[in-house]
Design a protein around this ligand. Sequence first.
Ligand SMILES: Nc1nc(=O)c2c([nH]1)NC[C@@H]1CN(c3ccc(C(=O)N[C@@H](CCC(=O)O)C(=O)O)cc3)C=[N+]21
Length: 294
Amino acid sequence: MAAQIINGVELASAKRAQLAKEVEELKNLGIEPGLTVILVGDDPASHSYVKGKQKACAEVGIRSTLLTFPATITESMLLEQIDQLNRDETVHGILVQLPLPNHIDELKVIEAIAPEKDVDGFHPINVGRMMVGQKAFLPCTPYGILFMVQSLGIDIAGKHVVVVGRSNIVGKPVGQLFLREHATVTYCHSKTKDLAAITHQADILIVAVGKANLIGAEHVKEGAIVIDVGVNRLENGKLCGDVRFDEVKEVASYLTPVPKGVGPMTITMLLHNTVEAARNAHHINKRGERSGRY
Ligand SMILES: Nc1nc(=O)c2c([nH]1)NC[C@@H]1CN(c3ccc(C(=O)N[C@@H](CCC(=O)O)C(=O)O)cc3)C=[N+]21
């Protein structure tokens, strides 16, 4: 039987409606959640993603500010800018759109962001806190994927999750999030031998490589859940994932499309983290009450 296609837009919009309510409650307390996005250079893909983030902020009532800089900005000027935003109380979340030009050290920039404003969840403090199970901003794409899989109502404990890809922003952390949910996790990457033999064992297969058509029916066990994190822009301008959709949909039980799968969830979790950052900054709990620490 053909797979059920997971609608990321629908799931995202349900979650955004909830977030809009939470923003409204914060505004009633005189708090306007604010996200500042830093965009360096003029990569068209980055500009397009940033536009999507701003539109989503507007949709739930988060104030978003875009700061753009030429690709020639020096590292120290960028660090100075971040420092200024760290000290600005009206800014709850800071996002530096990646990738950055080669002359700028990305890790240095990420480390300059105050961990309590790091709504991407990329700062080593947040990564470490996530690893040991402390409260932390979870990276948006992995968090969005977990949210999607949980929304299917299946029990993750004991499932074999196979992650293809080991980037710091998707592959590595998504495996950790599923490990936290008691899955058995296997990582595959470019040096893995006999990829298909391993991916074929997956109950949940998460593909985050960035290579169009990498995964086909031969990689997927009958009835597996397949999450496609690839964002590959084809020459004809169309966006496609890492998974051969038409083939895999005949084998999988659930499959995410590209576009309209993981992407919208990523942005939604960014909104979630920004609302959380605003609440934390003002010592407000999830029920909208000020905690005793005031
Ligand atoms: N600091 C930082 N944080 C990021 O979260 C970050 C980043 N840098 N750099 C680039 C990647 C990529 N990324 C996407 C988010 C949403 C869609 C998305 O919503 N895509 C739509 C389609 C959009 C289109 O058609 O162009 C979809 O899949 O339906 C795609 C890609 C976030 N990233």
